[in-house]
Design a protein around this ligand. Structure first.
Ligand SMILES: Cc1cc2nc3c(=O)[nH]c(=O)nc-3n(C[C@H](O)[C@H](O)[C@H](O)COP(=O)(O)OP(=O)(O)OC[C@H]3O[C@@H](n4cnc5c(N)ncnc54)[C@H](O)[C@@H]3O)c2cc1C
Length: 412
């Protein structure tokens, strides 16, 4: 990456006080002077660096703007996959004959409503109004409304590949109750409440599990409340996008800077990365709750009083939040947030895949000549992508397994 002008940034980990889903800073991203926000925009820079290495350094050729349509499998769909037929922008077709292998790497199927409804029905139910299913943009990058139409998965199925074993296909969803973040990927660890003013879980978890919980709530809506003193429960705050190496990036915030960021969220709702949350501030809890549209104010007040008792006694009698994370909500001004729904990023998996990245049939027999990699790799995750190891998806199925496959194919 350095040879292609990119710098590396280490991202914060997830500090779980119970140690269950603790992860040290390990995931990293790439950035340059023009685009210092590697955590959000680094992956395309990295992909371009790979492409440049392949063409400039190794003399490879990449044909852009051709859409693969179907595979050719010899012996009436029983033999080797030997070619792929694709369509150019002018409508003409081109057949690529494979010397060694065809590797499918066409991304996910979140742009395909039928495949979403069949293979990931619960996410489809939650997100069908936000996923746009119209024209496909094969150059989509950082969008939250669906990515690819599942072409590779369909091409595999048409030549006899089986679907992955684990169903439903796991979606990648994040969000959770909004509020100060502990590490890049946290749910808000202070009090989370539903519209009835009730707590609903041990809040100390990451933003994927937090999001899953929000999706189960009435009106898919969660509220958070904290106070000014909460800023001093950490020496420094590392929000999403913090660069630990500090070269050009966003630096960790002091408690005072953290409070300023909360004020900014209230005073300028267009600031921030756009979690879709509404933020509030008031001098009393009553005034704060009165602003938080939709919550049962009296019930929430009683819940906060109970929570303060738990903080005082160091024992959460409802969900056993680690005492280190129980802080009384008593120092004005008070802050609050409301979030509805969660953020859909992608859907993982597809074709049945073995440990050599070979695409397999229903009896787990590899289809000769056919491989796949990237997010479409079947059965790498189950249920829901959980972000417990930040960067695992881009690092593992997209980066490392693709590298290992390339290395193995080169040796064929
Ligand atoms: C907003 C957002 C945030 C994300 N954040 C994270 C994160 O923090 N961590 C993480 O690990 N992952 C994250 N992801 C997921 C991650 O970006 C994807 O899993 C990853 O990019 C998938 O890489 P891929 O190469 O398999 O597929 P893609 O990046 O989707 O690439 C597929 C390629 O195939 C091409 N293609 C598709 N169909 C055809 C066809 N028929 N013929 C020819 N070419 C075709 C497309 O043009 C595209 O270039 C995020 C995704 C989104 C949308």
């Amino acid at each position: 990456m350095e040879a292609k002008g990119l710098k590396t940034s280490l991202e914060p980990g997830f500090p779980d006080p119970d140690g269950v889903i603790e992860i040290p800073p390990a995931s990293h991203n790439f950035f340059n002077d023009e685009q210092p926000f590697g955590a959000l925009y680094g992956a395309p820079l990295q992909a371009q660096a790979y492409a440049d290495t392949f063409t400039d350094d190794f003399g490879g050729t990449i044909d852009y703007n051709v859409v693969a349509k179907y595979l050719i499998r010899e012996d009436d769909n029983k033999g080797r996959v030997s070619a792929v037929v694709a369509q150019r922008q002018d409508g003409s077709y081109v057949k690529y004959v494979a010397n060694k292998a065809v590797v499918l790497a066409t991304g996910d199927f979140s742009k395909n409503p039928d495949m979403m409804a069949k293979y990931c029905p619960f996410a489809w139910e939650h997100f069908k109004d936000t996923l746009s299913t119209g024209e496909v943009d094969y150059d989509a990058e950082l969008v939250y409304s669906g990515l690819m139409p599942g072409d590779g998965q369909k091409m595999g199925l048409w030549v006899g590949a089986a679907w992955q074993k684990c169903q439903p296909n796991p979606p990648m969803i994040n969000g959770g109750a909004a509020g100060p973040s502990h590490g890049a990927i946290s749910n808000f660890w202070g009090i989370n409440m539903d519209i009835h003013g009730e707590r609903y879980m041990n809040e100390v978890t990451n933003f994927a599990y937090g999001a899953m919980a929000v999706l189960q709530l009435p009106q898919k809506t969660a509220y958070s409340v904290w106070d000014k003193a909460y800023a001093y429960t950490e020496e420094q705050w590392e929000p999403f996008g913090t660069c630990v190496d500090l070269v050009n990036g966003i630096v960790p915030a002091t408690p005072e800077e953290e409070i300023a960021s909360w004020d900014k969220n209230v005073d300028d709702p267009s600031s921030g990365i756009g979690t879709g949350a509404a933020y509030y501030r008031a001098d009393t809890i009553e005034e704060l709750l009165a602003q938080m549209e939709g919550i049962d104010v009296e019930a929430a007040k009683a819940t906060i009083e109970r929570y303060n008792k738990y903080a005082e006694q160091g024992l959460d009698e409802e969900f056993h939040v680690n005492p280190e994370c129980l802080h009384p909500i008593s120092t004005p001004p008070f802050y609050g947030a409301k979030i509805t729904g969660a953020t859909f990023l992608t859907v993982c998996g597809g074709l049945r895949t073995d440990e050599h990245m070979r695409v397999c049939d229903a009896d787990d027999n590899p289809i000769e000549g056919l491989y796949n990699t990237g997010i479409m790799t079947g059965d790498f995750y189950a249920n829901s992508y959980n972000f417990v190891m930040p960067g695992q998806n881009l690092g593992a199925v997209c980066g490392t397994l693709s590298y290992l496959l390339g290395r193995d194919l080169a040796e064929l």
